[in-house]
Design a protein around this ligand. Structure first.
Ligand SMILES: NC(=O)c1ccc[n+]([C@@H]2O[C@H](COP(=O)([O-])OP(=O)(O)OC[C@H]3O[C@@H](n4cnc5c(N)ncnc54)[C@H](O)[C@@H]3O)[C@@H](O)[C@H]2O)c1
Length: 324
């Protein structure tokens, strides 16, 4: 039997979907999550329960920054592949609670790398980075490309994600084990994250409350449907770079959508109009995100399949079922 794949952040949005897809193709998965209360732990528990219904899944409740415990888990499991998605996410919260990012993102990433580099025959560490590392760019230019220096993050969240990439470069050189950093672009879909705009707007619109539209509605995001993201994660996982490399790949839709257009699609899906309160840009926010996906496409044949017009109604259907 081949060793299990470890997925950190498995009670999270992307982690749950990645774990499901891995099991659907016959792999065993060990999920790791600390179930912290950054957002509704009941949603994390529901995702975990869904995974635990599968006998090929085991959940371990653990803070990844607890280096010794995480290392023992990797050693005892015999895992040679880790998909590391656990992190303190969110741009705005990184201004409110910066030390949560130090622990989960910096100490957490280091702890994961330390465990991987000590594991004999270790094959591939795939870890989550973020489009936010590109900093603030005006709209209208070309897609963001992985070769960009990405040296001017505008939030602490982005800075920690870029720092993880740099730590991974150093560890790839020092210890050789292959790594891939995935820069995700605004991921959305069923079982999504309540702190993200499409989710909180849905809650508010259904409750008849006004929504706060930041950046006066002028921002654009490269919204990427969760199934497309999972295609990219597994495609990258299956093709590790050569020893000594830390490969960086964008995973996006490569078709930015304006915030007001996103709201219009959501209003259609909900069958209700939103009352909009226009607000200035928030500190740490960026004007647009836009992925150049040619590198991932050349490597894996990656092609995003689900547009926002199709994917957002799928989220709304899930939301209505889940919250009743
Ligand atoms: N969703 C997006 O649009 C997006 C965009 C760019 C990057 N990312 C990155 O992708 C990854 C997954 O994001 P997501 O949207 O699924 O977020 P999420 O918050 O739903 O999932 C992250 C999970 O990690 C867990 N976690 C956090 N700190 C931990 C710790 N110290 N120990 C153990 N578990 C811990 C959380 O409890 C959570 O369940 C994160 O690294 C995030 O930064 C997400």
């Amino acid at each position: 039997m081949s060793p299990p794949v470890i997925v950190t952040g498995a009670a999270g949005f992307i982690g749950m979907h990645v774990a499901e897809r891995l099991m659907a193709r016959g792999e065993r998965v060990i999920g790791v999550d600390d179930f912290n209360a950054y957002y509704d732990p009941a949603l994390k528990a529901a995702r975990a329960a869904r995974l635990e219904a599968n006998p090929d899944f085991r959940m371990v409740r653990l803070d990844i920054a607890a280096a010794e415990a995480f290392e023992s888990l990797v050693r005892e499991s015999g895992a040679v592949q880790v998909v590391h998605l656990a992190a303190q996410a969110g741009v705005r919260y990184s201004i409110e609670n910066p030390f949560a990012y130090e622990r989960s993102n910096l100490a957490g990433h280091l702890s994961v790398m330390e465990a991987c580099r000590r594991q004999p025959e270790f094959q591939h560490l795939v870890y989550a980075s973020s489009s936010s590392v590109y900093g603030d760019r005006p709209q209208g230019g070309a897609g963001f490309c992985e070769d960009d220096a990405a040296a001017e993050p505008v939030s602490l969240y982005a800075a920690t994600k870029r720092a993880c990439e740099l730590m991974s470069f150093a560890y790839a050189k020092l210890y050789g084990f292959p790594q891939t950093g995935l820069r995700f672009f605004t991921v959305y879909g069923p079982w999504g994250r309540p702190d993200m705009a499409y989710f909180s707007f849905t809650q508010k619109i259904l409750a008849g409350e006004p929504i706060e539209v930041f950046g006066q509605g002028q921002m654009a995001r490269d919204f990427t449907y969760i199934d497309d993201i999972v295609d990219g994660v597994l495609g990258a996982l299956d093709q590790p770079p050569e020893r000594g490399s830390n490969r960086i790949l964008n995973i996006g839709d490569s078709a930015p959508v304006g915030l007001m257009d996103m709201i219009a699609v959501l209003e259609d899906a909900l069958g209700r109009k939103a009352e909009k309160l226009f607000r200035p840009m928030q500190p740490g926010d960026v004007t647009q995100t836009y992925a150049d996906i040619s590198r991932l496409r050349a490597l894996t044949g990656y092609q995003p399949k689900v547009s926002l017009a199709e994917g957002l109604p799928r989220f709304v259907r899930w939301y209505r079922e889940f919250y009743g």
